[in-house]
Ligand binder design. Structure first.
Ligand SMILES: Nc1ncnc2c1ncn2[C@@H]1O[C@H](COP(=O)(O)OP(=O)(O)OP(=O)(O)O)[C@@H](O)[C@H]1O
Ligand SMILES: [Mg+2]
Length: 261
């Protein structure tokens, strides 16, 4: 790669991960810079989720290096990933719909006083601040509203607010808009914009290339466990061009006229 490695918040170098004889991640080198939205795309089974599970420490890599802000971290795991400022938002799974927005944001990591009592007011105020920070505009909701009353896009917003509260520098979203309508997708994009505007980074995994094109600054295309293309949006004038590259990759195993990874 041309960039200096220490540009990256986190970088994988030549990382592999197999399940039996499936090389889910097959020698991937990949990094994320501060304040960028990386669109991670590729067919079903290309290795996208496996890659981000390596980043979040769910799967230990079989081989390769993980470098955080220029320094290699050995024995990578979920705790080290969190310490590195990486938070992953998995689709609805993370939220408890009957609970309030506040409870959901702080669940498992409550703000407590030294006697172990939850500081309910502090949490309410923090939740309010975070909701405004990511761009919740609806006057209908406050931090005491149950998550069940929120739309799908707004629920993603709560999950993103939760990640922000934990001071994530990199928030990973694995298909956050797959089940959402256009209006709800637009809300999620609004939240992502606000996160980026605050200098945080995002990895956005999606199947809808038009969505990924709208939201990402850079595209990384995986095919059968390998990075087959990485390109700045400035070099891809329209989503149709990206789709054409993807079709070429499906046919040839690489893009015909984009710079290879
Ligand atoms: N825990 C696992 N055990 C066995 N095989 C796995 C496991 N996780 C992933 N795989 C395999 O690794 C390959 C990559 O899967 P992965 O889920 O990373 O793809 P993906 O790009 O996220 O696909 P999708 O777009 O369908 O979500 C697939 O062949 C998959 O079957
Ligand atoms: Mg996946």
């Amino acid at each position: 790669m041309k960039q200096k490695h220490n540009d990256f918040i986190i970088e994988l170098r030549n990382v592999t991960k197999s399940f039996g004889n499936v090389n889910a991640v097959d020698g991937i080198s990949f990094g994320v810079r501060p304040g960028e939205v990386v669109g991670l795309i590729g067919d079903n089974g290309a290795g996208k989720s496996t890659l981000i599970k390596i980043l979040s420490g769910v799967h230990p890599p079989d081989s390769g290096q993980i470098i955080v802000r220029g320094r290699e971290v050995r024995n990578w795991n979920a705790a080290k990933s969190r310490d590195a400022g990486i938070e992953t938002v998995y689709q609805d799974r993370a939220l408890a719909p009957q609970q309030t927005i506040t409870r959901n944001i702080f669940m498992g990591r409550e703000i407590k006083n030294r006697f172990g009592i939850i500081k309910v007011n502090r949490q309410y105020q923090e939740a309010n601040r975070l909701m405004r920070e990511i761009g919740f505009t609806s006057k209908v909701f406050d931090p005491d509203s149950p998550v069940a009353t929120l739309s799908g896009g707004e629920r993603q917003g709560v999950a993103i607010a939760r990640a922000l509260y934990f001071d994530a520098d990199l928030i990973v979203l694995d298909e956050p808009t797959t089940a959402l309508s256009l209006v709800e997708t637009a809300k999620v994009f609004g939240f992502i914009e606000n996160v980026r505007a605050r200098g945080r980074s995002i990895i956005f995994i999606g199947h809808n290339i038009y969505h990924v094109y709208d939201v990402a600054d850079r595209f990384v295309v995986l095919d059968r466990g390998k990075v087959v293309m990485t390109e700045d949006k400035s070099n891809i004038p329209a989503p149709e061009v990206l789709i054409k590259h993807m079709q070429e990759i499906a046919e040839l195993g690489h893009a015909a006229d984009a710079s290879p990874a």
